[in-house]
Design a protein around this ligand. Sequence first.
Ligand SMILES: *[C@@H]1O[C@H](CO)[C@@H](O)[C@H](O)[C@H]1NC(C)=O
Ligand SMILES: *[C@@H]1O[C@H](CO)[C@@H](O)[C@H](O)[C@H]1NC(C)=O
Ligand SMILES: *[C@@H]1O[C@H](CO)[C@@H](O)[C@H](O)[C@H]1NC(C)=O
Ligand SMILES: *[C@@H]1O[C@H](CO)[C@@H](O)[C@H](O)[C@H]1NC(C)=O
Ligand SMILES: *[C@@H]1O[C@H](CO)[C@@H](O)[C@H](O)[C@H]1NC(C)=O
Ligand SMILES: [Ca+2]
Length: 527
Amino acid sequence: MPYLVALLLHCLPLAMGQYDICKSWVTTDDGPSWEFYACQPKAMRMKDYVTVRVDPAGITCGDPPERFCTHENPYLCSDECDASNPDLAHPPKLMFDTEDEGLATYWQSVTWRRYPEPLLANITLSWNKSIELTDDIVITFEYGRPTIMMLEKSLDNGRTWHPYQYYADDCMEAFSMPARRVRDLSTTSANRVLCTEEYSRWAGSKKEKNVRFEVRDRFAIFAGPDLKNMDNLYTRLESAKGLKDFFTVTDLRMRLLRPALGGTYVQRENLYKYFYAVSNIEVTGRCKCNLHANLCTFREGSLQCECEHNTTGQDCGKCKKNFRSRSWRAGSYLPLPNGSPNACAAAGSAFGNCECYGHSNRCSYIDFLNVVTCVSCKHNTRGQHCQHCRLGFYRNSSAELDDENVCIECNCNQIGSVHDRCNETGYCECKEGATGPKCDDCLPNYYWRQGCFPNVCDDELLLCQNGGTCYRNQRCLCPVGFKGVLCQQSRCDTDGKDCDAASGARASLGTVLLGALALQLRGCVDL
Ligand SMILES: *[C@@H]1O[C@H](CO)[C@@H](O)[C@H](O)[C@H]1NC(C)=O
Ligand SMILES: *[C@@H]1O[C@H](CO)[C@@H](O)[C@H](O)[C@H]1NC(C)=O
Ligand SMILES: *[C@@H]1O[C@H](CO)[C@@H](O)[C@H](O)[C@H]1NC(C)=O
Ligand SMILES: *[C@@H]1O[C@H](CO)[C@@H](O)[C@H](O)[C@H]1NC(C)=O
Ligand SMILES: *[C@@H]1O[C@H](CO)[C@@H](O)[C@H](O)[C@H]1NC(C)=O
Ligand SMILES: [Ca+2]
């Protein structure tokens, strides 16, 4: 029975198509064991998981209620949009509902009654998850497709936006770009952003409703017209720089820049027939899981990969804790047909037991020591297993050994410390008089001036005398007539000339001081 299960699982990759399973239990000569493969989730209807935002405020019709006409019947304006009436309202969510046969439900904008001011609307779709497109984006417009619009995409949850495709009935006029078709692109230009005129010309509002972003046509450049040769596409996705990212989005934005005109000119006398109405936005794609998951589920309001290969994160973009003996890598479509899982490895399991805690990808054998050692330890680590911190760094006690933040810089004060090394708790070795973890403070009775120096004067033991004042513990400012470190010495003691000069300054001194000075002066004259 176990053999049968093994056999069944082993056959699954073929039965289910490429990259559908992440691992299987296989029997080899050494007995049964797990085999791992690159894997990806199935493509899904992404409109079911999207959040939408329509800008600017007030662009949705019906508040206040408004009548509108159609291009087919421009003078019979009997249709009404009223946001307060569910039967007549056209809110954004109707772009993502499931349509009943034949009855389109749609979001609708206000009419172009402010012409010639442009009628602009942004429809922004957000998934809060990277998605890889697998089929065309199809936007369905009731009552005519815009004559100018633009598709933009974001790869970073809406922080930055990039043009994806331009659409106009005249590309040169609208965007100063030549009109091109995706079908004419080549293998080297498969990810070019272009302007197309295929979806903007007037063809009767009932006839051609769809605006496409042609994912299949771009895939077909590599995989052939019926996408039969997917192996070639997967090979190219691995090797061609930027090609995978071109089909990856977290957000999409349709910038509607000019509505359908139904003719060459805007008829000013009947502006109620110009507006946007979108009944459906179809986005088909799969969660981007870096080839480390074959399931993607909707949890806590967002899509999340169910990561295998001991990876974790919304996109399986990092290794699980304790599985960081080498750096994380995405799985690869190559070699065909099962790809490489590039699984994260448990501590101590890879590289012939040379553990590097994820700080190095390379080990080397040192012959004369007979040891295997990690090479080029990153993140300021060092040692045979990158298990120590480099000199000038100390161990972050709240981080695991395989954490990128495991080593913290000592940051010793260059002047106050003996060298730039510190002990295991980050304390630097201080020069005389300096203190603090980084040696940037002075001990009591020391003052800071390009290092710590013993106080010359203070308020306690080293008092300035004879009315002198202590300047920043560095020196006494002595009254005229006194000198010495603490102003303890009269200038007259050594040099009679200074005494005369001092008498001229009497007026500027306080009375008490003056008395003392007068006494001293008298003594001086007596001599
Ligand atoms: C639409 O979005 C673009 C940025 O992608 C912004 O510059 C523009 O002002 C927006 N237009 C409206 C009508 O909100
Ligand atoms: C986006 O997804 C992340 C990861 O699942 C989640 O933590 C975050 O709350 C989500 N943000 C929003 C706005 O839904
Ligand atoms: C992931 O870790 C588990 C538990 O240690 C192990 O059984 C499994 O084989 C690992 N998977 C891969 C792909 O390395
Ligand atoms: C220490 O490691 C923790 C856990 O990784 C991190 O959050 C913190 O920022 C690190 N501390 C410093 C000072 O780098
Ligand atoms: C580091 O130095 C400080 C200050 O000298 C000391 O208090 C601490 O115990 C030392 N830590 C270790 C681990 O030696
Ligand atoms: Ca609809």
